[in-house]
Design a protein around this ligand. Structure first.
Ligand SMILES: NC(=O)c1ccc[n+]([C@@H]2O[C@H](COP(=O)([O-])OP(=O)(O)OC[C@H]3O[C@@H](n4cnc5c(N)ncnc54)[C@H](OP(=O)(O)O)[C@@H]3O)[C@@H](O)[C@H]2O)c1
Length: 265
C-alpha cells in the first residue's frame, strides 16, 4: 500500500509516500507507543495521536466535489472520491474510538463503518436517530465485537437489538445538542470521535463549534447541482465566515484539506 501526498501549503511539488511501515508506526503511536512519525503524516494525524489531555477530540470529514456537492440531485453519491481518499477515511476510523453518522446516511447508504481498506481496529459505531427510524437490520448494527450505540431522545420508541446501546439525550425541538452528544460519548469512554456525515449531521457539529479538525476531501469533479456538503446559519458579511488555518495534501487525484478549527474541549 502506498499513497501520495503533497504539501500544497508552501511546497506544492513535495511528494510523500505513506508506506505500510509508516502506517504501523502511526497505529502504534495511537496506542501509546512513543514513536517519531515522519512528516507529512505527523501534521495530518498528530491530533489523533496526542494523549487525550482534553476530554474529547472531535474530527469531521467530508468528501465533496469542487462545487461543494456530496451527491447528484437524484442522490447518486458512490463514489465522489477515489481509492486513496477512501483509504484515508478508513485510517481516520482506525484511529478514533467512535465514528458517528446521522440516520439519513444509514437509510441512504446502509454503511458498515468498519475498517477494511487498511490494517487497524474498527471503532464503536454511533448513529444519531432522534425519532427511532433505525432499521433493525442495518449493517452497522451487526454484532462483530464493536460497540454499537444509537443516540436518541428519551421519548423515542426505538426497536433495537438487545446488545445495541441506547444513549438518551434531551432534545430541543427535535435537535440534540452536539456538545451534549460529545459529553455523553466521553462518559462512555469514547474520547476520540470522527463525525463522518452526512451533511446535516456534520454541519450541526460544525455550527455548534464542536469540531477541532475538519478533513474536506475535494474530488476533481463539478456536479453542478445536488445537496451541498456543509450548510451553516446565514451570515451577512464575509468577516463572519469561518477562516480556519488550512493545509492541503494530495490523495492521488483528490485534495485533502486539513482545517484546524481549534474548538475547545
Ligand atoms: N460525502 C461524504 O463524505 C458523506 C459522508 C456520509 C454521508 N454522506 C451522504 O450524506 C447523505 C445523508 O446526509 P443527510 O444530511 O441527508 O443525513 P445525515 O446527516 O446522515 O442524517 C441526518 C438526520 O440525522 C438526525 N440527526 C443528525 N444530527 C442530529 C442532531 N444533532 N439532532 C437531531 N437529529 C440529528 C436527524 O434525523 P431525523 O430526521 O430522524 O430527525 C437528521 O435528519 C447521504 O446521501 C450520504 O450518502 C456523504
Amino acid at each position: 500500500m502506498t499513497e501520495q501526498s503533497v504539501n500544497a501549503g508552501n511546497s506544492p511539488d513535495r511528494l510523500e509516500t505513506l508506506s505500510d511501515i509508516d502506517w504501523s508506526h502511526i497505529r502504534a503511536a495511537r496506542d501509546g507507543a512513543d514513536l517519531q512519525i515522519a512528516e507529512p503524516w505527523r501534521s495530518v494525524f498528530a491530533p489523533l495521536l496526542a494523549p487525550t489531555t482534553r476530554a474529547s477530540f472531535v474530527i469531521g470529514q467530508i468528501g465533496q466535489s469542487l462545487d461543494g456537492r456530496i451527491a447528484t440531485a437524484s442522490g447518486h453519491s458512490h463514489y465522489i472520491n477515489g481509492p486513496a481518499a477512501i483509504a484515508h477515511l478508513h485510517r481516520l476510523r482506525a484511529l478514533v474510538d467512535a465514528v458517528v453518522v446521522g440516520i439519513g446516511t444509514v437509510l441512504a447508504d446502509d454503511p458498515q463503518l468498519t475498517v477494511r481498506r487498511v490494517e487497524g481496529p474498527s471503532p464503536a459505531r454511533v448513529v444519531i436517530d432522534p425519532q427511532g427510524r433505525m432499521p433493525r437490520g442495518a449493517k452497522l448494527l451487526a454484532a462483530d465485537g464493536c460497540r454499537r450505540i444509537v443516540v436518541t431522545r428519551p421519548r423515542a420508541a426505538a426497536d433495537l437489538p438487545g446488545d445495541v446501546e441506547r444513549l438518551d439525550i434531551d432534545d430541543d425541538a427535535g435537535v440534540l445538542a452536539p456538545a451534549a452528544i460529545v459529553r455523553a460519548l466521553t462518559g462512555l469512554g469514547l474520547h476520540r470521535v470522527l463525525i463522518e456525515g452526512g451533511a446535516l449531521t456534520l454541519s450541526r457539529f460544525l455550527a455548534a463549534g464542536c469540531l477541532q479538525r475538519l478533513h474536506v476531501v475535494m474530488a476533481p469533479l463539478i456536479i453542478g447541482s445536488g445537496p451541498a456538503g456543509l450548510s451553516l446559519p446565514t451570515i451577512d458579511r464575509l468577516e463572519q465566515a469561518l477562516r480556519p488555518p488550512m493545509r492541503a495534501w494530495r490523495l492521488d487525484q483528490d485534495l485533502l484539506l486539513d482545517l484546524d478549527l481549534g474548538a475547545g474541549g
